[in-house]
Design a protein around this ligand. Structure first.
Ligand code: UGA
Length: 434
């Protein structure tokens, strides 16, 4: 009998399934997308995540990790089933639970022994209870017992393997102490802090953690916007604040706001959960609004430097929502590049990894360069949207020489001000005066 079955081979399912195999468990990952499973069996990994391919290959070769499109079979053969399917944002802002619910119905229909069903997907408070009743309603034999546990995931794209293998805590929410203990035991090889809660609290911890981090980012961005006007430098301010251990120095990097598949979706979802609960979460609304406005700083910088954008050629460096991933969901590039085009600019874009992904969503008029220096050649301005190390470490002298005019709009504060002054750039960054 396989120990763990994982339904859903997206970021969360694939990374956590692989890491559970790496620490010694037997894991089968399954998905309704048969072509994805066929590709995974050939070690064709659908996402760019450093270290993932090697770890998948290693664990498959050692017999602990396998892939299957037979979801019913995987359910029947597993003692523990992780639900790691997507919960995309619906038009109203709430989490769309249709994939999670379908997974629960399938689990119910294929329940043959006592199983523990663990939700890893980010789901609104109360979903665990809803899944319990959906599973129960679909049981072939109503006397069959099972438990539902919430075990939210806290990994970051781009460092997902590291975050999973070195998890700071495992939050385990359950109504049944034995089920909680069984999931705690699965985590024993990770040597992490086990934090047991109720189902509802575990579900809330995930949203509260993500929205708190989003709040930190919007807060420092708001401070940056004031710094820029009063002559302070937000990088110094953030460093000085971060020395207070009550505040901490993480997630205080000012820029053009948060993107990705989690913070934008989860902030909207919690706002919706609060509304449903009859609470108007004004603080969270301000966090979301601050983030939406923050991207527009790039356009302000461009217009300030170039005046009209009509006929101007702009180099955009960085298309993914953050470095070390090809994920462009809610990436600033997807909203800012179309705006530049609308204002009459020609855009040439470069990203070390995400060109293919971004190209699916960006207008056809965008040109793509295969190399950073080719991208900036003869451009009227260079705009940095993602702080890839290749971009942070670029040869500034060469870029200065290749640009038609030495204008750099840096949405990620990649460079020291005195360095940019020494290179005689017209340099605009976030929350720092030139
Ligand atoms: C985030 C959380 O950090 C994870 O803990 C969580 O598990 C995950 O969401 C999820 O819910 O699945 P992720 O979206 O992969 O992870 O990436 P982060 O590194 O958190 O960055 C999110 C966004 O915030 C990026 O756009 C990044 O550029 C921005 N950011 C981050 C800042 O603008 N400033 C900072 O100081 C930090």
């Amino acid at each position: 009998m396989n120990r763990i079955g994982v339904i859903g081979t997206g970021y969360v399912g694939l990374v956590s399934g692989t890491c559970f195999a790496e620490v010694g468990h037997k894991v089968v990952c399954c998905d309704i997308d048969e072509s994805k499973i066929t590709r995974l069996k050939q070690f064709n990994i659908p996402i760019f995540e450093p270290g993932l391919e090697e770890l998948v290959k290693k664990n498959a070769a050692e017999g602990r990790l396998s892939f299957s499109s037979d979801i019913a079979g995987v359910i029947k053969d597993s003692a523990v089933i992780f639900i790691a399917v997507g919960t995309p944002m619906s038009a109203s802002g709430e989490a769309d639970l249709s994939y999670v619910k379908e997974a629960a119905r399938m689990i119910g229909r294929n329940m043959n022994t006592h199983k523990i069903i663990v939700t890893k997907s980010t789901v609104p408070v109360g979903t665990g209870r809803l899944l319990e009743s959906l599973i129960r309603d679909n049981l072939p034999d109503s006397s069959q017992t099972f438990d539902v546990v919430s075990n939210p995931e806290f990994l970051r794209e781009g460092s997902a393997i590291h975050d999973c293998m070195n998890m700071e805590r495992a939050v385990i929410g359950a109504g049944n102490a034995q089920a909680a203990e069984a999931i705690a035991e699965l985590h024993a090889p990770f040597e992490t802090t086990i934090f047991k809660t109720s189902l509802e609290s575990a579900e809330m911890i995930k949203y509260a953690a993500n929205t708190f981090l989003a709040t930190k980012i919007s807060f420092i961005n708001a401070i940056a916007n004031i710094c820029g006007k009063v002559g302070a430098d937000v990088t110094e301010v953030a460093a000085g604040m971060g020395l207070d251990s009550r505040i901490g120095n993480k997630f205080l990097q000012a820029g053009i706001g948060y993107g990705g598949s989690c913070f934008p979706k989860d902030t909207y979802a919690l706002k919706h959960i609060a509304e449903e609960a009859g609470y108007s979460f004004k603080l969270l609304e301000a966090v979301i609004e601050t983030n939406e406005n923050q991207r527009l700083l790039i356009m302000d910088g461009l217009v300030q430097s170039l005046g009209s954008l009509r006929g101007k050629k702009i180099a955009v460096l960085g298309l993914s929502f953050k470095p070390n991933t090809d994920d462009v969901r809610e990436a600033p590039s997807l909203s800012l590049i179309p705006r530049m085009l609308e204002m009459g600019a020609d855009v040439c874009a470069y990203d070390p990894i995400a060109i293919r992904e971004a190209g699916q969503y960006l207008p056809d008029e965008v040109d793509y360069a295969h190399e950073l220096y080719e991208c900036v050649t003869d451009c009227d301005a260079c705009v940095i949207l993602t702080e890839w190390s290749e971009i942070v470490n670029m040869d500034l002298e060469r870029v200065h020489r290749l640009l038609r005019s030495p204008v750099m709009i840096d949405g990620r504060n990649c460079f020291e001000l005195d360095v940019m002054r020494a290179h005689q750039f017209e340099y605009h960054s976030v929350g720092r005066q030139v």
